[in-house]
Design a protein around this ligand. Structure first.
Ligand SMILES: Nc1ccccc1C(=O)C[C@H](N)C(=O)O
Length: 278
């Protein structure tokens, strides 16, 4: 796992074993450098998709070939966040015999509260303020945009968000899935009547109100789980709000292939570094 960097796992919360994050130190205390922070996907519930899944992307960024050349010198470190998860029917747990810290029973706003706590932990440790790029895949992309939609994150908003294969409109994607996604969306967000209020694409307020960063949205034409309506609708919302926005639809492969391989996410991070000041 990114063998030439020092890796440390930290607990940022005491309630759940999932309140952890990984740090890969490049030049962590150099405040002129930029952090790359990742939020994994997995539909807010998949216990198999955890913070370590960022490792292939880190390796691709550090491989220094192609788009990533020279990038290492600008990076302070990599961090990847876990957050409490909602229940998954394929991985049932018995509440009577499962230690409370292992029980996956999160419901919104638990996931986003943990993302906020994780970033606050990193800020306290490394003090990088806005000097970071927040990368999110799938549900992680949703969490990244939920983060910058609240003034609670002010003071440490990311300079850029890279949202890959993001889920942004729960009502819309649930309808288009023919109900197949209603289970995990209900597990994560409760009654469908409340979904729009917390879905980034449907937010009633303006994203540019609290957040001045650049949005980079990316998708693959071969994504079998998240369709193009998600990226198109989110792009339209951000455009309407007057955010700086770049859209890439050239990610390769299936929904999960991008983080499994890491090379496309590395390229997106490299492109993002060309667009930010620091
Ligand atoms: N990210 C998604 C977006 C849309 C639909 C599914 C997913 C999943 O990741 C499914 C996951 N493997 C699960 O079963 O929990």
């Amino acid at each position: 796992m990114a063998p030439d960097l020092k890796y440390t796992k930290h607990h940022y919360g005491a309630e759940s074993d999932l309140q952890v994050l990984g740090v890969w130190d490049v030049d962590a205390h150099n405040r002129s450098k930029v952090w790359v922070i990742y939020i994994h996907g997995g539909a807010w519930r998949d216990p198999r998709i955890i913070h370590e899944t960022f490792a292939p992307t880190i390796n691709a960024i550090l491989s220094e070939d192609g788009s990533s050349a020279g990038l290492r010198d600008r990076i302070a470190g990599f961090a990847s966040l876990d957050h409490r998860l909602s229940p998954h029917p394929e991985f049932p747990q018995d509440p009577a015999s499962t230690p409370p810290k292992e029980l996956r029973k999160a419901r919104h706003p638990d996931h986003i509260d943990d993302v906020r706590s994780g970033i606050a932990f990193l800020q306290k440790e490394y003090g990088f303020s806005s000097n970071y790029v927040l990368v999110g895949h799938s549900a992680g992309a949703c969490l990244a945009f939920q983060l910058v939609a609240t003034p609670a994150a002010a003071g440490y908003m990311p300079e850029a968000i890279v949202g890959i294969a993001g889920v942004y409109d729960f009502t819309g994607i649930s309808a288009r899935s023919g109900g197949a996604y209603a289970g995990f969306l209900t597990a994560a967000f409760g009654d469908p009547a409340g979904w729009d209020e917390v879905a980034p694409m449907k937010f009633s307020h303006n994203f540019a109100e609290y957040w001045k960063g650049i949005a980079i949205l990316a998708s693959s034409k071969n994504d079998e789980l998240v369709d193009e309506h998600e990226i198109d609708g989110m792009a339209a919302k951000l455009r309407k709000d007057g955010c700086r926005l770049v859209v890439y639809k050239d990610v390769r492969g299936s929904h999960h292939e991008c983080w499994e391989k890491g090379t496309d996410i590395a390229r997106l991070v490299a492109d993002t570094f060309k667009k930010i000041q620091t």
